[in-house]
Write a protein that binds this ligand. Structure first.
Ligand SMILES: *[C@@H]1O[C@H](CO)[C@@H](O)[C@H](O)[C@H]1NC(C)=O
Ligand SMILES: *[C@@H]1O[C@H](CO)[C@@H](O)[C@H](O)[C@H]1NC(C)=O
Ligand SMILES: *[C@@H]1O[C@H](CO)[C@@H](O)[C@H](O)[C@H]1NC(C)=O
Ligand SMILES: *[C@@H]1O[C@H](CO)[C@@H](O)[C@H](O)[C@H]1NC(C)=O
Ligand SMILES: *[C@@H]1O[C@H](CO)[C@@H](O)[C@H](O)[C@H]1NC(C)=O
Ligand SMILES: *[C@@H]1O[C@H](CO)[C@@H](O)[C@H](O)[C@H]1NC(C)=O
Length: 479
């Protein structure tokens, strides 16, 4: 039937052009400026998880449309009656998190062993090769049961408008949603992440270089909480070396720690983010990391900045030091606003005087606009609300527009941490680590001294005037 064939062809073309129009929205800004992902490759939607897996990892530049849910649950089978342990942080049984006993790791130490069943697919993320855009369509793009893993030197990747969920949320070490380990030019935008076993985002230990994480939602609501209160502890972990991370317009809510935890010689610029209801700590800035924290809003955050035992350098802007930035950054900084929260102070101005270049295209809004803006724009299904690119963000009178930054000054690489298990304090040879092993071993910082030091959550649920949490003098908490 020629007429019918005609109609079918017309319909197919319509579908194709609708998809072709659905590439990346906006463009990368901040440190990941210039990231183009799959560029102008014709957008296409994989048909199933096998094709998605292939397209993500092959060497062809691609714009991969996530136009439905890709469900990896059970795709690699289940580990049944496998080894787990019950860490001391789990004081609430089935509402807490037990831990998967990872191969080759003694994270579980002397914690009581038990058997557990978990989904194998979540343990390690999908490999993503260079020059890819992974873009959700509308609010349909879900990757269930497996994360994304960008490692071993990949670069130029955009992940936009997808939802990553259900990675063995019952179990510490059940899976990480987004892993960077040895990358450059990565833009994570409008992503929603919830119900993850371990980290929602992790970078390290290899350098991840230039990264922007924007307009994303880190939703910590869970029925399996390492802090036994329905909040997720393992949120954002920046352990890279010499990374430059722009962290902007994100929504972090119902978490109880590590939002974010940063360490090892990186620069993190956190601006215009909205934190809501964090029963533990937001920032933990450790060893040689520089954090510039401005124009953010925190509401009901118990400990905005944890007192790290080996602190990095923090410049957290308040109303009295907005002009301190003028000389160093060529613009005023923007004060943070804290409501029903602990204190956030950090006045190390060497952070701004040594701030690297690469963010000349950013606009920092006044904190008064942040909560409404972030709630309307962060997460999946909100691209049409127009925050894909800084250029679409209306500048306002009180905004501070970046003009220039000082010369780039990277501090020397200092691999000075030990991965201590109970009774072990040797610094392993870094060359022998794959990320997988690092991930499974559970990075414990310098001085980890016993099971509590192996990454048990910092127990800090009671509001503390000092913003300090119950730190108990154990070094190496919080991993
Ligand atoms: C441990 O190794 C076995 C065999 O390679 C594998 O089936 C299992 O999934 C691994 N477990 C974890 C938690 O990585
Ligand atoms: C990514 O694309 C760039 C620019 O076209 C090209 O030079 C580079 O080789 C590509 N990388 C890979 C791993 O294909
Ligand atoms: C914050 O979280 C706590 C613990 O889950 C909960 O009891 C409380 O109602 C939340 N507060 C708000 C304002 O949502
Ligand atoms: C400020 O940070 C720098 C690193 O940027 C560090 O060397 C210095 O000790 C810090 N100053 C204070 C007072 O902590
Ligand atoms: C601003 O921060 C500085 C240094 O951290 C502190 O001394 C000062 O009291 C703060 N001012 C206000 C208004 O919070
Ligand atoms: C987009 O913004 C409008 C206006 O701020 C808001 O009402 C709407 O909920 C937003 N859309 C989404 C999907 O959040």
């Amino acid at each position: 039937m020629p007429l019918l064939r005609h109609l079918l062809t017309a319909t197919a073309l319509l579908g194709a052009s609708a998809q072709a129009a659905t590439g990346v929205t906006g463009s990368a800004f901040g440190f990941a400026s210039g990231t183009t992902g799959g560029g102008d490759a014709t957008p296409a939607a994989p048909s199933d998880i096998t094709e998605l897996t292939t397209w993500l990892s092959d060497s062809t530049p691609r714009v991969i449309l996530i136009d439905k849910e890709f469900n990896f649950l059970d795709s690699e089978g289940k580990c049944t009656d496998c080894e787990c342990c019950k860490p001391s942080s789990n004081t609430c049984g089935s509402s807490g998190q037990n831990a998967v006993k990872q191969n080759g790791s003694d994270w579980c130490g002397s914690y009581p062993s038990l058997t557990c069943t978990y989904d194998n697919a979540a343990i390690e993320g999908l490999e993503v090769a260079s020059n890819k855009s992974i873009v959700g369509v509308g609010s349909a793009g879900v990757i269930r049961g497996k994360g994304l893993r960008m490692v071993n030197g990949v670069s130029n990747i955009i992940v936009q408008n997808i939802h990553i969920t259900q990675l063995n949320p019952e179990f510490i070490w059940g899976g990480d949603a987004i892993t960077l380990d040895g990358t450059n030019n990565i833009w994570i935008d409008h992503v929603k992440i919830n119900l993850i076993g371990r980290q929602m985002f992790v970078a390290g230990y290899e350098a991840s270089h230039s990264v922007t994480i924007s307009n994303s939602e880190f939703d910590g609501q869970t029925s399996w909480s390492a802090t036994c209160n329905g909040h997720h502890y393992w949120t954002v972990l920046g352990y890279g070396h010499n990374d430059k991370v722009t962290f902007a317009n994100n929504y972090l809510h119902h978490t109880s720690g590590r939002s974010p935890k940063l360490e090892f010689n990186s620069y993190w610029h956190a601006y215009n983010n909205y934190w809501f209801n964090n029963t533990g700590h937001a920032f933990d800035v450790g060893e040689n990391t520089r954090a510039l924290i401005e124009g953010n809003v925190m509401v009901d955050v118990n400990t905005p900045l944890l007192a790290d035992s080996n602190p990095g350098a923090v410049f957290a802007v308040n109303s009295s030091d907005v002009s301190t930035c003028t000389k160093a950054l060529g613009r005023t900084c923007v004060a943070n606003t804290l409501i029903s929260s602990g204190t956030l102070t950090g006045s190390n101005s060497s952070v701004i005087s040594s701030w690297p270049s690469g963010e000349s295209d950013i606009t920092v809004k006044a904190a008064s606009q942040v909560a409404a803006y972030v709630k309307a724009n962060a997460g999946i299904g909100k691209l049409s609300n127009g925050s894909g690119s800084s250029s679409t963000v209306a500048a306002v009178a009180t905004s501070a527009v970046a003009k220039r930054a000082g010369p780039e000054r990277d501090a020397p690489y200092v691999p000075a941490f030990s991965e201590a298990g109970p009774g072990a304090s040797a610094v392993p040879s870094q060359a022998s680590w794959s990320w997988r092993k690092v991930s499974t071993d559970g990075p414990a910082p310098t001085g980890a001294s016993g099971p509590q030091g192996l990454g048990a959550p910092v127990q800090g649920s009671a509001p503390q005037a000092t913003g300090h949490g119950h730190h108990h003098g154990h070094h190496g908490h919080g991993n």
